[in-house]
Design a protein around this ligand. Structure first.
Ligand SMILES: CC(C)(COP(=O)(O)OP(=O)(O)OC[C@H]1O[C@@H](n2cnc3c(N)ncnc32)[C@H](O)[C@@H]1OP(=O)(O)O)[C@@H](O)C(=O)NCCC(=O)NCCS
Length: 229
């Protein structure tokens, strides 16, 4: 489905859906509509855009889904045997879904390619990451590196949460960006037995892309041996 930025980051094991506008609120099932009944219109539109793409992606995967509800912490409740992730930001919505037999987990995130508001970087990044952002920013023109670090941590959370069912703090993952290859590594700073129990490697590897004013990043986990974007 399409050849947008996310499609470039993930291989054919994942069905990807992307759109560059949120559109209207159409296409929600009654149960899905209830989830956003009290939300502001922009939130209802982005939610609907994600659900429409998700349903098409599941169709393409050969999986029928009526409602795609949300779990207690907002995670999409995929049909049995499916893993997936949804992201939206102004002017973009993306979805990736795959079969659990082929993909252990996937996380995607999109953010505007704009600097974070003043003071936010220090609350989401450790001193090493802050210094990496300063070096990258000083070295040459590029994306908003502080926003990219934020985006990568959101990707890590979306991989983590569906497997762990528990919170992951910003200082629970240390991110290293490789500018030349547009990839990244995120080391999970959690006890090894916990990671092993979740079937997660200690270091996640992923990739990112800058596209029409948007940063998009993704991680796909295959198995305990490693991950690849
Ligand atoms: C949940 C969170 C990651 C969403 O990211 P975001 O950049 O704000 O928003 P996005 O549009 O990219 O993603 C929203 C989608 O993420 C998905 N999502 C929400 N909660 C989720 C969770 N707990 N697990 C997995 N996916 C989740 C949903 O599909 C949601 O869209 P929907 O409600 O329309 O279905 C973010 O709001 C958050 O809580 N972050 C704090 C935790 C964190 O990042 N820790 C750092 C770890 S290193």
């Amino acid at each position: 489905m399409g050849d947008g930025p996310l499609r470039r980051l993930l291989d054919a094991r994942l069905v990807v859906g992307e759109a560059f506008a949120h559109g209207d609120e159409d296409g929600l099932t009654p149960a899905e509509r209830l989830l956003v009944v009290g939300a502001v219109p922009a939130r209802r539109r982005e939610f609907a855009a994600g659900r429409r793409l998700a349903r098409s992606a599941l169709d393409e995967l050969g999986v029928r889904a009526d409602s795609i509800l949300s779990g207690p912490r907002g995670e999409p409740m995929w049909p049995v045997g499916v893993v997936g992730s949804i992201t939206h930001c102004s002017g973009y919505v993306g979805v990736a879904v795959g079969r659990r037999t082929e993909v252990r987990a996937v996380g995607i995130d999109a953010e505007p390619d704009e600097p974070l508001p003043e003071g936010i970087l220090h609350s989401i990044a450790d001193p090493t990451e802050v210094s990496m952002v300063a070096d990258l920013t000083a070295s040459a023109p590029g994306p908003a590196w502080d926003r990219l670090v934020f985006c990568l941590k959101e990707v890590v959370f979306k991989v983590w949460y569906p497997l762990a069912g528990s919170w992951l703090d910003f200082d629970d993952a240390a991110v290293v960006v490789d500018r030349g290859s547009a990839t990244f590594r995120a080391t999970l700073l959690r006890p090894a037995p916990e990671l092993a129990a979740l079937g997660l490697p200690s270091t996640l590897q992923g990739s990112w892309v800058r596209h029409r004013g948007i940063l998009v990043a993704a991680v796909r986990i295959d198995d305990l041996q490693g991950s690849a974007g």
